[in-house]
Design a protein around this ligand. Structure first.
Ligand SMILES: Cc1ncc(COP(=O)(O)O)c(C=O)c1O
Length: 440
């Protein structure tokens, strides 16, 4: 570059920078991983959060000595408010997201020796909830563009033992329920939504957790509306929620689920009054922050989508994710072969925390342990368990998803636009220096 072209480039950068601050200049700077200054300093919103004004309610529960689900008003109040907020007929609060799924599978009559088709691309608790019923989690493939269950792969997984489908609205991105529900209906299968990351997420005008027979949510500490631990089951059927209530309360009769008058089989998955009181304080916060995350995710997706090699995950038409994580797909070829994992390291060094949460975890041992157990060997013929294990190799879309995705946490979507734009600056900087970084 001669002096004239250099000055032209600087002038162009200055003009561009006036509208979009220092993007080219920041990209020219040395990557933090190679000793330069990070693009972003000052951290991000910490999580979970608390408010002084919530304390009075928590102390009221404390002093009331009514801490147990059946002795105070907060749990039923929470259930009513949650059902109303998401447009469900009824809701049943419980101990965790995992237990919400176990309860849901139980009331949809998933029993030992049954098969449940689910998504491999999920938190391991989805697998565990199915295993808890002594059922087999059979995997539909993942669409590597959407990270959710590929409906086209569903029917080939159905056997005479299949009892339910468990779609997972991963990161709060709704599954393509208009394709999944008719398959379930055709084969008389129950639909249990894993909505554990999908608080207030919407699909074609309806909220997740109201799109199948039952849905389960998590309120664990990292979640958008946390109570340390906690969960809720939702349904458009009052009868099903009454059954959920019985199951989670040691099998006691409830509402329409009178049983024989004595106990039905059950467990203790009850929520405490403290959890419900804490959750009730956070409804307005959840609604406001969901709108902020949605606006900021749109902005970030538009910005990062302009960078060659970075693709926003595709969403179903007319859907509004909750954005537990904001996920993108990475193409190393556009970054001089810089591996996805080294890209993540370089980005984290720029003060932009990011991750690639789920591996091909069906190879991690949990499922081998299950299918080699005494119980599973009793419940399935050896050929079925072998074919099941072999079928993991067919999950090509899931493998691709695990290898190419990366994501930013929900807390980063609560940042100011200025901070959010630094994510793009950091990626552009890494791209510019990617050949150097790939060799480092
Ligand atoms: C997709 C998914 N399913 C199930 C769960 C289980 O929820 P919990 O941790 O509340 O048991 C989680 C929680 O992280 C989750 O993200």
């Amino acid at each position: 570059m001669n002096r004239r072209t250099f000055l032209q480039a600087v002038a162009a950068t200055a003009a561009f920078g006036a509208a979009r601050p220092n993007i080219s200049l920041a990209a020219d700077a040395k990557p933090a991983l190679l000793g330069g200054k990070p693009v972003h300093t000052g951290g991000w919103v910490s999580w979970p959060q608390w408010r002084p004004e919530w304390e009075a309610k928590i102390m009221e529960v404390y002093r009331s000595r009514k801490w147990f689900r059946l002795s105070g008003p907060n749990v039923p109040e929470f259930e009513e408010a949650w059902a109303k907020m998401i447009g469900a007929k009824k809701a049943l609060a419980c101990a965790s997201g995992t237990t919400s799924l176990i309860i849901g599978l139980n009331v949809m009559d998933v029993d030992a020796g049954d098969e449940v088709i689910t998504s491999p691309y999920t938190f391991i608790a989805t697998y565990n909830a199915i295993l808890n019923r002594k059922a087999l989690p059979v995997f539909a493939d993942t669409n590597p563009e959407t990270l959710t269950m590929c409906p086209k792969s569903l029917e080939s997984r159905i056997t005479e033992r299949t009892k339910a489908i468990m779609p997972v609205h991963i990161y709060g991105m709704p599954c393509d329920m208009d394709a999944i529900n008719p398959i379930a209906k055709k084969h008389k299968l129950a639909v249990v939504e894993d909505a554990c990351q999908a608080w207030l997420a919407e699909y074609k005008g309806r909220k997740c957790g109201t799109l199948g027979d039952v849905g389960g949510f998590s309120f664990q500490e990292s979640k958008h509306i946390p109570s340390g631990e906690g969960g809720v089951v939702t349904s458009m059927s009052e009868e099903l929620i009454d059954k959920c209530n019985s199951y989670h309360n040691c099998g006691r009769a409830c509402g329409t689920n009178k049983g024989t008058g004595s106990f039905t089989r059950g467990d203790n998955y009850r929520m405490t009054q403290f959890q419900a009181a804490l959750l009730l304080q956070q409804f307005d916060k959840l609604k406001k922050e969901t709108a902020i995350r949605q606006g900021n995710a749109d902005h970030l997706r538009a910005n990062l989508g302009k960078i060659p090699g970075i693709k926003p995950v595709r969403l179903p038409e007319n859907s509004k994710p909750s954005w537990h994580l904001c996920a993108f797909l990475y193409d190393a070829e556009q970054f001089n072969g810089l591996s996805r994992n080294n890209f993540l390291k370089a980005l984290s060094a720029e003060g932009v925390p990011c991750s690639s949460p789920y591996r091909e975890q069906y190879y991690d041992g949990l499922l081998d342990e299950a299918i080699n157990s005494r119980g599973y060997k009793r419940l399935w013929p050896a050929e079925r368990l072998k074919a099941y294990r072999d079928s993991f190799q067919e999950l090509k879309g899931n493998k691709q998803a695990c290898e190419t995705m990366f994501a930013f946490g929900q807390n980063m979507l609560l940042a100011d636009r200025k901070d959010l734009d630094q994510i793009g600056e950091a990626i552009r900087k890494i791209q510019k220096h990617s050949a150097e970084l790939a060799k480092a």
